[in-house]
Ligand binder design. Structure first.
Ligand code: HT7
Ligand code: ZN
Length: 853
């Protein structure tokens, strides 16, 4: 397969002035007629007239009405064309019903739907399917289906047809069409400028009652983007459609967002608090793309982080504003460390802006999205809020309607601030997580911090230069008070020292002179690994006194980690400081329940495996699992009464509402319930399951029971009640695999693949069973190797049907080099088995080659 390089970028030699598409829909023989007005691009060099096209049956092609005979290959066609403006017409035939890859035009539960990002439009018609070719689209849909939707505004509707006009030039990846038997839940939004926008959420009949939250979230997003960034909506209609078969979470097609139904539909009985929060965030994310992605788009797919990193950053800001900012920051840091650091430290590491790819779908990664958002966040932190807003305004004003690059993005901020951002740009070009080591020296007066930054080699990048690390920090007096306001220092050198006049700071606060205690990387101000020798006492001190919520949580996390790492490696360790810390946090009435729940949660087993590996120890997944289980029991025994009180006080915060306050209280109650089950034999969990009137409490109770090896009866009750609800049943499938004991996980998953409701071609169901197996760390890495085999068998079965999802699944093996020789050999043989399978897709092929290195 061909590797595409960023350095080879060249503009398309023609400009597209207009696209007119007519669809005659049929499940097996849809006809697509394209009329496209081309003219030579004066800013591009010469080149062949090449149009992308895959799996299309060309019926006819003509230029200015004269039939032509293009040369067709599996990737597209070339044709001799005049050196002037001309009208291209082509008719093709496609079969949406047999499109199981879910790219292009496909059918999901009888509904026609499209997914064109990144390169799906080429499965609909012959076209320059690249993001820098932008054009206005008009669409005519002919079909007996009752609902016919496309981008933009509807301009005509008759019996069996509808016409749509999108006036905003867009790349083909933002094209969308939906047709089928759908019902709308409607609302209206008036923009700041007075534009009246009809909002509609389209769902399968019967799901109308589950759209309120998505609509509420959409209106909140529209208001927030006006207030925070001055960005308004620009069409008269905003449609969202929920479909069941979807490779990802959602898609920001212009004026017609298409969503995985799991990220739209919610009712208290069927969705958890976590689902509500995700729906709110993803609705916002796709809406925010209207400016960051659609109005200003990417020149090429190497620039993907330009829209995704920025839009994730914007949705994170939105969630912080709607809910708790500290809790959101901790959750984002957890996500970075568990997923992105893992990717950055393994064979799939790549820069936020990659420089080569085989299959672009493989680069919709946590590095591009989440590290991309962290890079945006650092930029804002470095230049300050006012310059941030001015730079964004300039970026939108300068590039509206254009397809641009990271250089264009950074230039807006360099121009606004006069700053040289060339070193900052390394965050986009260098892969790997910087490790920042800090040492302290105190001479009775001055506190000297010495920073050393190293970014380890990653595939194709042996040497790295130092990066600009914004390090937000504070200093605490040993009596627990703050000695100075939080400040951000810029670490830019490989080795750098910073001095603080500790004596003067103490004197200024009227305190006796004493060695200050630094609180570093507050608010997780940069995506780095902070290497800092802290004692248990230091951690306990910071947990008790730090005013930065992130670092307070971090200190508690550090205490938990040292206990678990010691236990997992067979070292004696006193957990008194950890338990005292938990006691203090749980008893503090001033702390947010959601924050308490985060402190109570142990680091995940995968996280611990990575920490041990980073510390030079080979992780043993079984020992890590046992260490965590033992600690949960010990915590339950030591804190029993306090946990019980906390559960009782928070479990039923009133009539169900998905807001942050109630969700935080339920989250805390459920964290305590899980611990209490270790000592009450599941009595409270069984009672909660029996009484729960919402999915959050029902599922948490079931999970608590399954985690202690009980809950068989409740599982059956749950199945009987929810067998008709596909989204709830996904939870039922996933929970059983996630909570299975390590030696049973593969068998549980295998058993579920034989369940009549295991509709494996639906990505949500596949992920619920097979994806969850990889999420059960001790089960996945069980020494028998049974889970590796089962997992690979299913990836191989899915691959010819849906390569995109299969490739993504295969990344479960990316950590294989962490483990002992026996496991390494097993996993390597499994990856090789996948690689050597005849007919393997380009998607999965690229992933396994990269993992083998
Ligand atoms: N921009 C979208 C990314 C995407 C995608 C969505 C659905 C199916 C396949 C997809 N491939 C890429 C979603 C987003 O980030 O907003
Ligand atoms: Zn996005």
């Amino acid at each position: 397969p061909q590797t595409i390089h960023l350095k080879d970028y060249a503009p398309f030699p023609w400009i597209v002035d207009r696209v007119d598409l007519t669809f005659r829909l049929s499940p097996t023989t849809t006809r697509v007629l394209a009329r496209v007005a081309y003219r030579p691009n004066p800013e591009a060099g010469d080149g062949p007239f090449f149009l992308h096209g895959e799996d299309l049956r060309l019926i006819s092609a003509a230029i200015d009405g004269t039939p032509v005979a293009p040369r067709i290959t599996p990737e597209g066609l070339t044709c001799d064309v005049p050196d002037r403006a001309f009208l291209w017409e082509a008719e093709v035939e496609i079969a949406p019903e047999s499109n199981t890859a879910l790219e292009g035009l496909y059918m999901s539960g009888g509904i026609y739907s499209t997914q064109c990002e990144a390169e799906g439009f080429r499965k609909i018609t012959y076209y320059p399917d690249r993001p820098d070719v932008m054009a206005p689209f008009r669409v005519r849909i002919e079909s007996a289906a009752p609902v016919l939707l496309s981008n933009g505004n509807q301009t005509g509707r008759g019996d069996g047809w509808a016409e749509w006009d999108d006036p905003w030039p867009k790349p083909a990846y933002l094209f969308a069409l939906v047709a089928g038997d759908l019902v709308a839940v409607r609302d209206r939004f008036v923009t700041r400028a007075g534009r009246e926008v009809d909002l509609a959420i389209w769902v399968r009949p019967g799901d109308e009652g589950k759209c309120d939250w998505a609509l509420t979230s959409l209106k909140a997003s529209m208001t927030w983007d006006e207030e925070t960034y001055g960005r308004e909506y620009d069409l008269d209609i905003f449609n969202i459609v929920a479909v069941d078969d979807f490779n990802a979470g959602a898609m920001e097609n212009k004026g017609l967002n298409i969503f995985n139904s799991a990220l739209v539909l919610a009712s208290p009985e069927t969705a958890t608090d976590r689902d509500y929060e995700r729906i709110e965030a993803v609705i916002a994310h796709e809406y925010f793309h209207n400016w960051t992605g659609n109005r200003v788009t990417c020149r090429d797919w190497f620039q993907l982080c330009l829209k995704e990193g920025l839009t994730v950053f914007r949705d994170q800001q939105f969630t912080s504003d709607m809910r708790s900012a500290p809790v959101k920051r901790i959750e984002d840091a957890l996500m970075m460390r568990s997923r992105q650091f893992r990717e950055d430290g393994g064979p799939l590491a790549h820069p936020v802006r990659p420089e080569e790819f085989v299959e672009i779908n493989n680069f919709y990664t946590t590095t591009v999205y989440d590290k991309g958002a962290e890079v945006v966040s650092m930029l804002k932190r470095l230049i300050g809020d006012n310059a941030w807003r001015a730079g964004c305004d300039l970026y939108f004003e300068r590039h509206d309607g254009q397809a641009v690059t990271i250089e264009d993005w950074l230039r807006a901020f360099a121009d606004v601030t006069g700053r040289d951002l060339s070193q900052f740009q390394r965050w986009y070009s260098q892969a790997g997580t910087p490790r920042l080591s800090v040492t302290e020296a105190w001479d009775g007066e001055t506190l000297r911090l010495t920073f050393v930054q190293v970014t380890p080699p990653t595939p194709g990048q042996p040497d790295k230069g130092p990066q600009v690390i914004p390090l937000t920090m504070g200093l605490l007096h040993p009596d627990g008070s703050e000695l100075m306001p939080s400040t951000t220092i810029e670490v830019t050198e490989a080795t750098q020292t910073v001095d603080f006049d500790g004596a003067a700071l103490c004197a200024k606060q009227g305190k006796p002179v004493a060695r200050p205690v630094p609180s570093l990387l507050r608010d997780f101000s940069a995506p780095v690994i902070l290497d800092r020798p802290l004692t248990t006492e230091d951690r306990a001190f910071l947990l008790a006194h730090d005013t930065d919520p992130f670092n307070r949580w971090e200190a508690g996390r550090g205490l938990a980690r040292e206990v678990l790492m010691a236990r997992a490696t067979g070292t004696d360790f006193d957990d008194a400081a950890y338990l005292d810390g938990l006691r203090a946090v749980l008893s503090d009435p001033a702390l947010d329940p959601a924050f308490k729940a985060l402190v109570l949660a142990l680091p995940s087993e995968d996280d611990l495996a990575q920490s041990l590996f980073d510390a030079g120890t080979t992780p043993d997944p079984a020992a890590i699992h046992d260490a965590a289980e033992i600690q949960r029991r010990r915590t339950a025994e030591a804190l029993g009464d306090l946990l019980a009180e906390t559960h009782a006080a928070n479990a039923t915060p009133g009539r169900y509402c998905p807001d942050a306050d109630q969700a935080g209280r339920r989250g805390l109650a459920n964290a305590t319930l899980s611990l209490l089950s270790r000592t009450d034999d599941g009595a409270r969990a069984a009672a909660q399951f029996a009484e729960a009137d919402n999915m959050t409490q029902s599922l948490a109770a079931l999970s608590a029971l399954l985690n202690i090896g009980r809950g068989a009866e409740e599982l059956s009750t749950f199945e009987a009640r929810w067998s008709g609800d596909r989204l709830v049943m996904d939870k039922w499938f996933a929970l059983q695999v996630m909570c299975a004991a390590p030696d049973k996980a593969a068998d549980v998953a295998r058993g579920l693949t034989e369940h009549p409701a295991f509709t494996w071609k639906t990505p949500n169901r596949f992920r619920a069973v097979i994806g969850s197996l990889a999420g059960n760390a001790a089960g996945f890495h069980h020494a028998s190797g049974a889970a590796y085999t089962l997992f690979a068998d299913w990836v191989l079965k899915l691959d010819p049907i849906n390569p995109q999802t299969a490739a993504r699944m295969s990344t479960a093996f990316e950590t294989w080099r962490r483990y002992d020789p026996a496991r390494q050999e097993r996993i390597r043989d499994t990856i090789r088995r996948i690689r050597d399978t005849p007919g393997l897709s380009r998607d999965t092929g690229e992933m396994v080659e990269r993992m083998l290195g």
